[in-house]
Design a protein around this ligand. Sequence first.
Ligand SMILES: C[S@@+](CC[C@H](N)C(=O)[O-])C[C@H]1O[C@@H](n2cnc3c(N)ncnc32)[C@H](O)[C@@H]1O
Length: 295
Amino acid sequence: MTSSPRPPHIGDPPDPTGGTPALGGEPARGYLLDNARTEAGERFVWLAELFDGVTRGHFDRLGVGAGSRCWEVGAGGRSVPEALAAAVGPTGYVLATDIDPSWLEAGGGYEVRRHDVAADPPPEPGTFDLVHARLVLVHVPDRARALATMAAALRPGGWLLVEDADTALQPLACLDDSGPAQRRANRLRDAVRELLARRGADLRYGRTLPRALREAGLVDVAASGSFPVGGPACDRLEAATIRHVRGELLAAGLADDAEIDAHLAAIQAGELDLTLAPLISAWGRRPAEYPPALG
Ligand SMILES: C[S@@+](CC[C@H](N)C(=O)[O-])C[C@H]1O[C@@H](n2cnc3c(N)ncnc32)[C@H](O)[C@@H]1O
């Protein structure tokens, strides 16, 4: 006798193929929050509002300035490449890459290329003063290879800055779990995390970054973390994210229409004080001798 498979539940181990089990079809693969949808563009606006200040602070501290050469990996929207282009000026160079660069603007003071950081070779190896990726590697199943590609693009002494969420460190949407709307928000946050995990995202990646940078051969490694607590940008980001993945949540049986509509209405009412997972920013420098000599 054969038993039919039960529907997926929150808490099931991730599918080892990295795909979302679909009913009667191939598992969905690849980046969950893909750039083809208009909600991706909204998400970039609110991610910029929430995190660009943190990111620009790291750029300044790591010495990005006139004449620097920078590679922005998985750039998504325009704000970070534009900030880098303004910092490096006409004597510098900024390359912005993405698996789907459609939200980037050719002629915006930076060069745009389609590039898969986990599959393609580094552009112009050994030449960049700064290589940066924010909220990218957590989604890339072969993230060790992606890190090696980014490290190989650095000139000796150049800095790699990687910023990624650690959604397991602070998994709640509402820290103040004060009523049914807040508890529903937390359940839906779990459901979105489940979708991400089934696509191969590592929900504990942020905390591993310092070790990952050392293992990639970098030196002078350090890290810090930050996250916003409430406010309109958190609300707008959450609404765009939920609308983006609504179909996937329903197809996976992780939420129903009534629950999603009630959550969107509560966000609109501004009553949730939504928060995010901490963004861990980690940086390390390429030594003069790279890869490091053995023995
Ligand atoms: C969550 S968004 C973050 C965008 C931007 N870095 C930011 O912080 O606002 C993730 C971005 O990484 C890109 N991405 C995902 N997998 C990638 C890969 N293998 N290589 C390059 N870019 C990738 C996506 O297309 C998307 O633009």
